[in-house]
Design a protein around this ligand. Structure first.
Ligand code: HEM
Length: 460
């Protein structure tokens, strides 16, 4: 780490209103303001959003500094506190030694070999989903955003809790959706009642939380008593043992509360992000029939007409992966990340003061013409094999970076590749004339309105 020197200069401050600072434009149209900031400043800019001093880093080098090289100086920002009401102290919201231990315990559940077993679940869920889609009336448009929310929900629930809970998942999915929705609203609302107040949304929140907790604690209890093993994430988390901390409760294993928090976190972090990313990808494919045709050629060649393709087959679909990567470049679901500085941090000639927030925006970095020429153009060729050698590794960070890199990144990429390729093999997609699809940056960067499209069955 560089040390503070007399060459320290004040960070350029973006002009705003007295008291409110830059809050309003950030609430109204954050992507537009990111674009303005990118044109006006070259390294770091000081913003006042929601009464807090926030420092946006603008280069891949500085993003790497905050997320990786000096990550120990940065913790979870206050934005994560709202999520804690729903997620408890899981991987996404926890910090410090507690987080480090949890990450160590959870990591093996996401190893490559483990993912192969989960891929089987993804393939069979996708096969059932495609059968359902093939029964739809094809003369009518399909709400593909909703369809992806349904299937990714099924996949995350099945990969977490396995098939021994089939039938009970319906009430659970609804309750989890309610919790996500209400937390989203609370996070974005400038006025928050204490959680103990019995307002109607908070009563709904409590009811939903009870459904989720009863379900998860019930499954945990059943697993602990039966000692039966399953091919799912919960099994991995239940039996994960931390040898360095044998004196923790449960001899280095997670407590029931910790298991509950990690399950809900995996659900929340992994469900909407994947669904939103798939909706963008399908939208882009309807706008670019040439890319759709090339993708279909690859899929037909590699997958053939196998009813349930083997998991290894998907790895050879390189163009499909390029399409997904380019879609996440244009529309990274996690469009901005924030960190709280514990101590002053020197970024070149500037200082981020202790107690303030550093912001890293994958959206900004992915749309910077210095990193990505003609950045608004959709071109999967940017990710042709070898692309990593030509760019700074932090010019592209849909899954974040450093030690807090998304633990589910390989899981998500595999799931998206399976969904995309099996869909494209089964159907052809056309746009709805005059549909305008615009991004809306909430917690995730989702399309403002659901994406609708026309589908026709492929003739094999
Ligand atoms: C397209 C899909 C996904 C995207 C774009 C995405 C993106 C991200 C990003 C950017 C972070 C880092 C946040 C930060 O540093 O502040 C993150 C963290 C995380 N993600 Fe994902 N994610 C996706 C899918 C998934 C899936 C499928 C799972 C689980 C099955 C998952 C579980 C997690 C967890 C547990 C964390 C917290 C990790 C930690 O701090 O140790 N994500 N994700």
């Amino acid at each position: 780490m560089e040390t503070l020197t007399s060459s320290t200069r004040p960070v350029p401050k973006h002009p705003g209103l007295p008291m409110l600072g830059n809050t309003l434009p950030f609430m109204r149209d954050p992507l537009a303001i990111l674009q303005t900031l990118q044109q006006r400043y070259d390294r770091l800019v000081h913003l006042n959003i929601g009464g807090r001093h926030q420092y946006l880093v603008m280069t891949p080098e500085d993003a790497k500094h905050v997320l990786q090289e000096n990550h120990r100086n940065y913790g979870r920002s206050p934005a994560f506190r709202v999520l804690q009401i729903f997620l408890g102290n899981g991987l996404l919201t926890s910090d410090g030694d507690f987080w480090r231990r949890q990450r160590r315990l959870a990591q093996p559940a996401f190893h490559r070999q483990r993912l192969a077993a989960l891929a089987q679940t993804m393939i069979s869920e996708t096969t059932d989903w495609i059968t359902e889609l093939s029964r739809l009336d094809k003369s009518k448009p399909v709400n593909i955003s909703q369809a992806f929310m349904d299937v990714t929900m099924r996949i995350v629930c099945k990969t977490l809790f396995s098939s021994n809970v089939v039938g009970k998942l319906d009430g659970l999915s609804e309750a989890l959706e309610t919790l996500m929705h209400l937390s989203n609203n609370r996070m974005l609302s400038p006025f928050r009642f204490p959680m103990s107040w019995p307002t109607p949304p908070q009563r709904r929140f409590r009811r939903a939380a009870q459904v989720v907790d009863t379900f998860i604690y019930g499954v945990i209890d059943q697993r602990r008593r039966s000692n039966e093993r399953y091919d799912d994430l919960l099994d991995m988390l239940l039996y994960a043992e931390d040898e360095d901390t044998g004196d923790w409760p449960n001899s280095g294993r997670m407590s029931d509360k910790q298991l509950r928090d990690e399950c809900v976190t995996i659900f929340a972090a992994g469900h909407e992000t994947t669904a939103v990313s798939m909706a963008w990808t399908m939208h882009l494919l309807t706008q670019h029939p040439d890319v759709q045709a090339r993708l279909r050629d690859e899929v037909n060649e590699r997958l053939g007409d196998a009813a349930t393709p083997a998991p290894e087959t998907f790895r050879s679909l390189t163009y499909a992966m390029q399409v997904i990567q380019e879609s996440m470049r244009l529309y990274p679901p996690a469009w901005i990340m924030s960190r709280l500085a514990h101590a002053d941090d020197q970024i070149g000639p500037y200082t981020i003061p202790a107690g303030d927030t550093a912001l890293v925006s994958p959206y900004l970095l992915h749309h910077d013409p210095a990193n990505w020429p003609d950045p608004e153009r959709f071109d999967p060729e940017r990710f042709a094999p070898g692309w990593e050698k030509e760019r700074h590794s932090y010019a592209y960070l849909p899954f974040g970076g450093g030690p807090r890199l998304c633990i589910g990144n390989q899981f998500a990429l595999m799931e998206m590749q399976i969904l995309l390729t099996m869909l494209v093999r089964a159907f052809a997609f056309q746009p709805i004339p005059n549909q305008r699809v615009k991004p809306q940056p909430l917690i995730t960067l989702r399309p403002k309105r659901p994406v609708w499209l026309l589908m026709s069955n492929q003739i094999s």
